[in-house]
Design a protein around this ligand. Sequence first.
Ligand code: FAD
Length: 504
Amino acid sequence: MSDNRLRRIVIVGGGTAGWMAATVIAKSLTPGYCEIDLVESPEIGTVGVGEATIPPLLALNRQLGIDEDEFIRRTQATFKLGIQFRNWGRLGHEYVHPFGIYGADLEGVDFHHHWLRLRDARGGHGLEDYSLTTAAMKAGKFIRPATDPRNVLSRMAYAFHFDASLYGGFLREIAMARGVRRHERKIVDVELNSETGFVEALKLDDGSRMEGDLFIDCSGFRGLLIEQALKTGYEDWSEWLPMDRAFAVPCEAVGAPTLYTRSTAHEAGWQWRIQLQHRTGNGHVFCSSFTNEDTARERLLQNLDGKALAEPRMLRFVTGRRKKAWNKNVICLGLASGFIEPLESTSIHLVQTGVTTLMSFFPDRNFDQADIDRYNQIIQEEYEHARDFVILHYHATQRDDSAFWRHVAAMDIPDSLKARVELFRSRARISGKQEDLFAFTSWVAVMMGQGITPTGHDPMADQMPLDELEMKLGRMREVIGNAVQAMPTHQQFIDRFCKAPNLP
Ligand code: FAD
């Protein structure tokens, strides 16, 4: 072992980001490799929202050796198959962004090209009718996907809705069992080395000092180390993502939980509804330049399924990202590293990417600049990819019924997104890399769902006789219908495998 290895890692913050970081690091290092300390302040608290996730979380659970049913029981979780968007493309319109895959590729050509060809030639079924996930979601049915690619159930993917504070507590147990030490203290000052500018120690409210080699800043929007101490800088994205406030409120659960996050667009923002086993999470994300706080709060309360269980809590934010996710000996994760707004549930995932990428570029006390630069590049690309995907939802609206929607429909968009939209408009092609966070299905779902209609399709799809294509697509719908019919309902599945114990 090198003499230069890290002796102590200090994690600042005990929100979702802090405990995810602590768990991944503690599980990845052999016990005793170095000390891991986490400091959190109950006086400051956590944001306490962040309850919808995306499928890559399953890989993290596996990596951490988490038993999924146990995790669901402990966090009052439900399954999520995608997002239902209401009133986004236009008022009264609804579409789904499903996880999983549309249809099946035929002769090496992506499915939606065949579907476009058939639709243009003969009309027929919507693209959603070829998504097993969407069909299951609409029927309220669930089963875990199959691993055998020949089985239609392999076309499904899922994630979770969970209670954010229970998730934090669940991870905390795992991390502490692996030796992470927790300190309930407020950090009152940060000491920098006068020569290198590296963070040397934290001063705590009991007068003590906590030294460290590597600091993980999970202190939330304030960015205690990365910004307040190191002045790293923030790239403001509000010209493209103008949301800056949210009211969040839980309400009583009504009926069986749905398999999707519902996102309903309002006059100057949108509202989420996330159904858990024990309650429903709700929030109204809005742009304060186009509506006032009282109106937003009222709108949220008027659109709840059940009785509110608390007073709505307001959160303020500026969309964007920290200019460097890793600066000197500080890595920021979670809200300290940026926020794209919660529309596509990307934040918890970006924590996952941040900490797993850190393990691939794990430093010693030399802190090699080449590693740091590459890490920052990877995180920047991931943020920008997610940013473009979220902007698409606002940009591609046909709504003109309020000043807000007219503003976002007309706003300029990043060149990277412009290029994607143009490519799709011409021949329905999606540019992307295998490892992209939002893959093919996601872009197609939102482009088509928001009304971007391609003028053509891939000519390679023209090789199959139309009658044969029509027959194959008919067969796919039949297979999907049969598969959904045989699945248990979401509630039956939960009751059987992962019902939280304190429910009647
Ligand atoms: P926080 O929860 O703010 O935690 C900060 C921690 O730092 C706390 O423990 C605090 O005590 C500690 N701290 C701060 N200062 C000090 C100090 N001086 N001394 C000691 N400790 C200190 N993400 C999703 O993936 N899906 C969603 O559906 C989703 N919805 C969201 C909706 C809204 C409105 C918002 C604002 C965010 C949403 N997110 C969502 C993001 C998600 O909530 C966060 O990514 C996640 O909770 C991580 O937060 P955090 O741990 O970075 O920060």
